[in-house]
Design a protein around this ligand. Structure first.
Ligand code: ADP
Length: 275
């Protein structure tokens, strides 16, 4: 772990944290995201949420909007698996059972990704799928300051269907979802309906499904997520950094509301006016 920490500490992405970070009051009550954006470094955000909730979708859109890398530790694990490197067999056994990879391996993969980004001049980040354990959160907290933690939520009932409906084009890399979600609201809970996000005809024959998106493995991932997420949420809540966000539906309903909650609804306009 010492090596891991040294790698992480030497990364200027992590090092940037000491230059400025928003106080909890700014994140939770004040100018929110726009206050963070007004300062002298790029955002350092974390996305939490169950498998299938849409962390990747929204983190990726925000990364494009804010010009910071979207770093998903699940993608780093899948890249390692695809590389057939020395870790690959060990990782595939863990991932295909829906279990968590060890903190040491995952922090190593993340540190390497951050170092590579640093070499390309990247700054700031939106982390997706990290931290997943308190140990990971503590390691992250030791080496940098996180401005904001967005906790995305959807009713448990739709998550399995959403995972089973996920598809990726193996050529362009874009993600789609073939599931039709329609959960009738009852006992005060809202109706959740999401249209499928279908691929264009050129991607249709190139769609792949993640090996760990089978019903059994998704259920194991959800169980493990529910067992491990509470202390993490509590940790960031106690620091005043946690923003809870109940997704109201699919992307067309959720994206504008998320931008509003992050006080980014006029960000795009301001950016183009300043250009
Ligand atoms: P999910 O849809 O379950 O959120 P991800 O794409 O984030 O899936 O991750 C895929 C798999 O990669 C996980 O099931 C786990 O085995 C591994 N993984 C990803 N991030 C972490 C992490 N921070 N800690 C431990 N294991 C991780």
């Amino acid at each position: 772990m010492a090596r891991v920490l040294r790698v992480a500490r030497s990364s200027s992405l992590f090092g940037l944290g000491s230059r400025f970070y928003s106080t909890p009051a700014e994140v939770s009550h004040g100018g929110g995201a726009s206050r963070v954006l007004a300062k002298d470094r790029n955002v350092q955000w974390v996305f939490l949420g169950c498998p299938g909730v849409g962390k990747g979708t929204y983190a990726s859109r925000l990364s494009t909007l804010l010009g910071v890398p979207h770093i998903a530790t699940g993608d780093l694990v899948r890249e390692e698996l695809a590389s057939s490197g020395p870790l690959s067999r060990q990782l595939s056994e863990i991932v295909n059972q829906g279990k968590l990879v060890s903190d040491e391996i995952i922090v190593n993969l993340l540190s390497e990704r951050l170092e590579a980004g640093e070499a390309k001049g990247e700054s700031g980040f939106i982390l997706d799928g990290f931290p997943r354990t308190m140990r990971q959160a503590e390691i992250l907290g030791d080496v940098t300051d996180i401005d904001l933690v967005v906790n995305l939520k959807l009713p448990e009932e739709v998550l399995v269907d959403k995972c089973l409906g996920r598809r990726t084009c193996n050529q362009c890399g874009k993600g789609f979802n073939v599931a039709h979600i329609n959960l009738k609201g009852e006992n005060g809970k809202p109706t959740i309906s999401m249209d499928p996000l279908l691929p264009p005809p050129r991607c249709m024959s190139k769609l792949i499904t993640r090996a760990d998106d089978t019903e059994e493995v998704v259920k194991a991932r959800l169980r493990i997520y529910n067992e491990t997420s509470q202390p993490l949420e509590e940790y960031y809540r106690s620091k005043g950094k946690l923003m809870e966000f109940d997704l109201p539906g699919g992307i067309p309903e959720s994206w504008p509301r998320l931008l509003e909650a992050l006080r980014l609804d006029d960000y795009e306009e301001k950016q183009s006016a300043a250009a």
